[in-house]
Design a protein around this ligand. Sequence first.
Ligand code: FDA
Length: 392
Amino acid sequence: MAHYDVIILGAGAAGMMAAIEAGKRGRSVMVVDHAKFPGEKIRISGGGRCNFTNTNTQRDRFLSHNPRFALSALSRYTPTDFIAMVKRHGIAFHEKTLGQLFCDSNAQQIISMLTTEMRAVGVKLALSTSVVSVNKTVNGFGVALSDSNATCDSLIVATGGKSIPKMGATSFGYQMASQFGLRLVETRPALVPLTFEEGALERLKPLAGIATDVTVSHGKTRFDEALLFTHRGLSGPAILQISSFWREGDEICIDLLPDSDVMALLREARAKSPKLQIQTVVSAWLPKKLAQLLGEDLEMPGMIGDFSDKKLAVVADALTSWTLKPVGSEGYRTAEVTLGGVDTRDLDAKTMAARAVPGLYFIGEVVDVTGWLGGYNFQWAWASGWAAGQVA
Ligand code: FDA
């Protein structure tokens, strides 16, 4: 039976990073994945260009029951460290917006970089290989695979979250955590489009395809990004971001004209074009169909010239505090990430080791650390993988 110093379950972003680092320390490493290719989520990420990190990485960009947990790994392996590797491999990249770094060409370059680094330190990559079972041995772990059995001193679980099962996502990591007595924080889809009940959806459907810059808020949390109307409801970066905070039964509030003094705009329109209907006035600032929908909702016929300040304030409120009540989300089918996961109380923040099970580690998305949209989730995968790779 083959023995490795380290076996890593999952050849995604976190697993490959951990393999490189453990390999650099001279450890014999095998990475196992049931997929045909490594890094499938990297390949499709960032619209095919992989938003591989964010230069604004800081603690408040991550959701977790223990927001301090991610700090150690994130501060020891930073965006600058990953950028240095990207540059060393001659991969051209650019900042799109808000510190988000993307490949100029395509995401495959990041996968090739990681597999090249793994090869350089002798990591064995076992693809199309399923994990049948894992058991604790006296000195480490026994791993039964679909085509062989192996043992290892250290076992790193990097099997990701539940998002996009079509791409090979499984609950395996959570099952492993339970098997070894670690607690789990309830999971839910995050960075996911929001859906609406039939009646509301019928009204929104004609807007499908329209994108507009908004500020979307849920309680005190707010994001200034684009919103996209779809046939199923709302999507776009602003909605994906707020979806990580939204819960069933909650409303979201949308400012359709962020950074504008809407009352001043309306007064100006009243003075300049008193004969216009409110819908026509608003369509100068918003996509026409959206202006039409809001106009219908307002039920304020007549010319703007006849509107009192009080009436204009109602219009301003409708434009800046458009309140909607999603009924749900598109779920794991399209969610970019999974909130919750392996409870950080049972992991060591510096090494990602399970406190009560020597030699067992959990890294990446399977852990209860979830980033905002914008490259933060990969930065967490790199940083947590790096941390485990220093010690496993
Ligand atoms: P990841 O899911 O990458 O890897 C887990 C691996 O384990 C997979 O290869 C899987 O096949 C394997 N596996 C699972 N179960 C197994 C089992 N039972 N046996 C064997 N192998 C198993 N983030 C970001 O920062 N920037 C971005 O641009 C994007 N874009 C993006 C787009 C889309 C469409 C999605 C779905 C997600 C993103 N993300 C993102 C999120 C990002 O992809 C995600 O957070 C990381 O890939 C997580 O890395 P992990 O290595 O933890 O899991």
